[in-house]
Design a protein. Structure first.
Lengths: 231, 231
DNA sequence: TCGCTGCTGACAGAATTTGACAGTATGGTG
DNA sequence: CACCATACTGTCAAATTCTGTCAGCAGCGA
């Protein structure tokens, strides 16, 4: 029942991910079924491969956020799709996601064989997405609120430009060509509403959770809008 | 100067990619600095990991197209960006690219730890891109022509709906929200033109190369349009 | 100080990988 | 058909790597 080394390293990553707080090497060694000495070697291997594992004496190991996922292999078609998609994200999404897209593109470019790299650099696939310059809304904050299922206090301008105040329960972000939309339950209107992020004057995090669960809101909204669930 | 096994497998993949025609195992063994017996074992390892390597007695080995690229590791942010981007590609691009995006999404989903998988399945990031249903143009054929730098004979409807015939030199594809555009040098107008794919009545591959190189056309077009080169 | 932990080196035994050799199978060529 | 080149498999000893044990040093907090 011996596990190959490479396989064991992946298991170790999974175990590290599971613990949110520092774990001692002894525990990790026990979980991966290996001696402490070997665990230290395994940690070193992962770090050498780029994993952001932090070890502090007296505390233990912790996998820093922005961590590593197991390696994946993609075919040429898949890489092309990923490159095109990442370019779109780099242009359209908020800075944090866009940064992720740029980083991913760099990783992909780094491993591509020369002839494919040239193919992709020559950019026969373009994303032309005129982004609205006036849209300075902090999407990262909204995404954080969505994840935590927190309410937002919104100051929003309607189509006529008149500002309104409302408390909303955000649960999704939509990306259109030149417009980004926050989708939320609106307490004021007692219904689902779409808020163009370029019309959001201010969004204040309340830190309070809303009463319902995000996936439920999402599916009810899909139902109401007649949108099928994604594959 | 011994090379670790895992590293050697990647080298072998690169070598196989370099040869376009069948290579004998003896040559591959020499290139990777290993005995023939070990090479057979290495090939078996790669095949076990999903590489499409074909071996025929009397001929040699060849890496089938749709081949494998070296494994890559992505962080959580990068994965989110890739997922969002792939969703967009799956909706917006031609069937082949879209299929690549779907395959990539499945590979990503397969390796994601449960809590992240739920995060991504719950789809707080949506791509809402109403695709033009009337657009049945064969993008795969156009992409092929672009790669080969081949001319196309185009029947195209202008904005008023009147059809025109022209020979063009395609060099790029642009993806907008609901419209896809082929970018080409137009022999008729002696200038760069953008052709909405939903207005292309027919495109016939001539199989003839155009006189200029694609990257040159691309940069001249960028110059003419005032579009900066992508990072 | 002590206890806990990370981290490194050395070394012997366990496990794996490799090379060499022998043999079979398959497809193309004369 | 014979003959060649090649893919592929089995076996086994040698080479290499991996692992566990032991020993020691260093940093951190109580």
């Amino acid at each position: 029942m011996t596990v190959a080394r490479s396989e064991r390293l992946l298991i170790l990553l999974q175990v590290l991910r599971r613990y949110r707080q520092p774990v001692s090497g002894a525990i990790l060694a026990a979980e991966t079924g290996v001696s402490l000495r070997t665990l230290y070697r395994d940690i070193a291997s992962l770090q050498a491969q780029g994993a952001l594992i932090e070890g502090e004496a007296g505390l233990g190991y912790i996998l820093k956020p922005g961590f590593m996922l197991p390696p994946m292999m993609f075919s040429q078609d898949e890489i092309e799709a990923l490159v095109l998609g990442s370019r779109w994200v780099a242009k359209m999404a908020d800075p944090r996601l866009a940064a992720g897209a740029v980083d991913a593109l760099e990783k992909i470019a780094a491993i591509l064989p020369p002839e494919l790299k040239a193919e992709i650099d020559s950019s026969t696939l373009l994303v032309a997405a005129p982004r609205n310059r006036d849209d300075n809304t902090d999407l990262a904050m909204i995404r954080k609120a969505i994840r935590a299922e927190h309410m937002l206090d919104l100051t929003y301008e309607d189509e006529k430009g008149s500002p309104t105040q409302r408390r909303v329960w955000p649960f999704a972000l939509g990306f259109f060509d030149s417009v980004r939309v926050m989708i939320a339950w609106c307490e004021l209107r007692q219904g689902f509403r779409h808020f163009r992020t370029d019309r959001i004057v201010s969004a204040v995090a309340t830190g309070k959770r809303y009463a319902r669960r995000r996936p439920v809101l999402l599916s009810e909204w899909r139902e109401a809008e007649g949108i099928p669930a994604p594959s």
